[in-house]
Design a protein around this ligand. Structure first.
Ligand code: NAP
Length: 647
């Protein structure tokens, strides 16, 4: 790493960095544990009220902080000037010690192991890469071809790894661009709810995020850039809609049927298929009587139309995350906005949601050795599993009707106060805005001015329930007609029928949609018995509610899939079929755990659940646990089909 600039630039950058992290940098460069001694012990991390960002500055007196920075300027300056080496990256034991020191928390060793990989202090790819590369080198993988369906974050991430291994692959993407959800969603203020230094590939960090919570255009640009920098552009076929996949037992391969950009039917043969289609890409159009008769302009939030809203009477149906994000800008532009709410959601205060990344931090992420690694680790610790204890039901908790444990209830009270405060003069809305389900029953929505917007004079919250839609507006259950020029459907996605509408036929022609019904399930959220060599990324029970980045979950899955590919890429027409009893035992545990979590609470009705109330979409595990669950392939979980079959 070449460190540019002069002393002044370095000192300026150090103004913006986190002091406990800076101490870890100094300890790593110098190898001197004095920087991790009691003298520099930071204060515990605390969450100031109303802030998404905990105060993790270390709480040092100004004078001590200045001394640490001066020492850092000197030491890093010496590295820059070639007078000192960058030292050695920490091993697990030292990294574990560093994390415990810098957070003043009792971090578990397994968490440090996970973070060694997330920071790439340890390269987890060594678990599968040498084997695949050697199969490529000796020619045994020459006939192996993988088809990835979807060029969003899951598809691109998988492609990066296949490219690295030298395995042949094709990505079929239905859209005319990569990026998946970040390509499709363009509604006003569309953005992420996890800081980007965490919400990005561990193997492709971006030091230049402009905000902690980036907006859609920047995220889309990141994935476009990934497609180029991973070198996978030539493998992507855009405008290709996969309609059917059939497993062919004669040579243990999949036939993938799709329509190309001209609508012509085409077929590809693949040793394995990676479904990277996401859970949230098919807009749900509500089944409300009269919807089709509406004569004004109407669109779904995920199919945004850039129309002039000024002076218009705009209706929005739905109050989930998409609506919360799009409302402030929509209401600011429209003449009057009517929000039709069926169920209120919990919204978390986020004073610093629009905080730009400090220029010094960007510089440090680019140029200070190890800073980016320690920054990512800290972001994951702060924005990952911190809320987990508050989502697990305490069987002894007395008020189980609206909360699951004491911490969960305390959060309910904080958020209820936040609602009252935000609604200002419209206190009559308060009873309509307090959800009757536990906090984290649904993913907490990060506030971007939701209650303040509802409190505007030109915004009306309508909670009476929709009876029907007319040519000119919406009639609510109280008989009132609300005249509208424009109707926005922020009504979410068809999420329970995973992989739909593709027809997927496995062993013996078994149909995946019929096998699943409305209770999709998979081993580790990834493999399905009877559908060998089919891998579902962001599959059943992998979505996260309590916090964290879905890219993290997907990387865990990709790591697991790459290990599976070491078995089947060797050109011997082999297939891995997860054992039925293994899948059933896994999913029994998934359901038993889910029932004890906030989102499994009986009061929660959401897109996570099927008709029977089973949680289909969400992971029942903390991020840490999902990492452990997916980390190592155990071949005894699978039947090996083809040459060398073991069953
Ligand atoms: P959603 O959470 O499913 O919300 C849909 C809304 O539409 C709900 O308020 C729902 O009411 C309402 N609705 C649906 N059908 C209705 C009907 N027939 N009549 C009246 N109301 C109806 O969808 P979303 O807001 O698009 O978010 C989906 C997911 O996308 C989120 O959970 C999140 O995972 C992700 N997302 C993330 C971000 C981000 O953080 N960056 C942004 C947007 C979306 P009920 O609650 O009563 O069902």
């Amino acid at each position: 790493m070449v460190i540019p600039g002069d002393d002044a630039t370095l000192k300026q950058a150090l103004e913006d960095v986190n002091t406990p992290n800076l101490l870890l940098v100094l300890a790593t460069i110098t190898g001197d544990d004095h920087w991790l001694s009691e003298e520099y012990a930071p204060a515990p991390i605390e969450a100031p009220e109303g802030s998404l960002f905990p105060d993790d500055s270390g709480g040092y007196p100004d004078e001590q902080r200045a001394r640490i920075r001066d020492a850092a300027a000197l030491i890093i300056g010496e590295v820059r000037d070639g007078k000192r080496s960058t030292g050695n990256k920490p091993d697990l034991a030292r990294f574990h010690r560093m994390l415990r020191f810098s957070t003043a928390e009792d971090i578990e060793l397994e968490t440090a192991e996970m973070l060694m990989e997330e920071t790439r202090f340890k390269d987890r790819d060594t678990q599968w890469l040498p084997e695949l590369q050697s199969a490529v080198r000796d020619g045994s993988a020459a006939d192996c071809h993988i088809v990835i369906v979807g060029a969003g974050m899951s598809g691109l991430g998988t492609a990066a790894k296949l490219k690295q291994a030298g395995i042949s692959f094709t990505i079929l993407e239905k859209n005319d661009a990569v990026g998946g959800t970040w390509y499709e969603n363009r509604y006003p203020d569309c953005g992420v709810d996890t800081p980007n230094h965490f919400y990005s590939y561990s193997f492709h960090r971006n030091p230049a995020w402009s905000g902690y919570f980036s907006k859609r255009d920047e995220l889309y640009a990141y994935f476009e850039q990934c497609a180029d920098e991973f070198g996978v552009r030539d493998h992507i076929q855009l405008n290709c809609n996969v309609t059917e996949m059939r497993f062919d037992e004669s040579d243990m391969s999949w036939q993938v049927f799709f329509k190309d950009g001209s609508g012509n039917p085409r077929t590809l043969r693949a040793n394995a298929v990676v479904s990277a289609v996401g859970q949230l890409n098919r807009p749900a159009v509500p089944d409300i009587p009269g919807l089709e008769t509406f004569q004004g302009r109407m669109w779904h939030s995920a199919r945004w139309q850039n129309e002039d809203l000024s002076g218009k009477r705009v209706g929005v149906i739905g109050t989930g995350c998409s609506c919360v994000q799009l409302l402030p800008k929509t209401a600011a532009e429209a003449g009057h906005t009517f929000v039709f709410q069926r169920t209120p959601h919990w919204v978390a205060p986020a004073r610093d949601y629009y905080k730009p990344v400090e220029s010094g931090l960007i510089w440090a992420l680019k140029h200070i050795p190890y800073y980016a690694e320690f920054h990512r680790a800290r972001m994951i610790l702060v924005f990952g599993d911190r809320s987990w204890p508050a989502v697990v039901t305490d069987p002894d908790w007395q008020d189980q009707s609206v909360s699951v444990n004491e911490a969960n209830h305390a959060m309910r009270e904080v958020l209820t106060e936040f609602i009252k405060e935000g609604l200002g003069s419209k206190q009559s809305y308060v009873p309509h805005c307090v959800p009757n389900f536990p906090v984290w029953g649904k993913r907490l929505i990060v506030d971007n001015g939701w209650y303040e917007t509802l409190a505007r004079d030109d915004v009306s919250l309508i909670s009476d329930g929709i009876d029907h839609i007319t040519e000119t507006g919406i009639v609510t259950k109280d008989g009132q007609h609300h005249a509208l020029d424009i109707l926005i459907l922020a009504t979410g996605f068809q999420s329970n029928q995973l992989l739909s509408p593709m027809s997927v036929k496995g062993l013996g022609g078994q149909d995946l949609a019929a096998f699943w019904g409305d209770a999709a399930n998979a081993f580790k959220g990834t493999t399905v018995p009877g559908f060998p060599n089919l891998y579902c990324l962001y599959g059943p029970n992998t979505n996260i509610v309590h916090g964290g980045s879905i890219i993290y979950q997907i990387e865990c899955q990709i790591h697991y899939v790459m290990q599976c590919l070491t078995v089947i890429a060797g050109g011997s027409k082999r297939a891995l079929d997860v054992r039925t009893e293994v899948n059933e035992a896994y999913n029994d545990e998934v359901q038993a755990l889910s029932a004890k979590l906030a989102w499994g609470h009986p009061s929660v009705e959401s897109w996570y659940k099927n008709q029977a109330g089973q949680v289909v979409n969400n992971s029942p595990f903390s991020l840490q646990k999902f990492w452990a669950v997916t980390h190592d392939l155990d071949l005894s979980d699978y039947r090996l089909l083809g040459p060398g079959a073991n069953d």
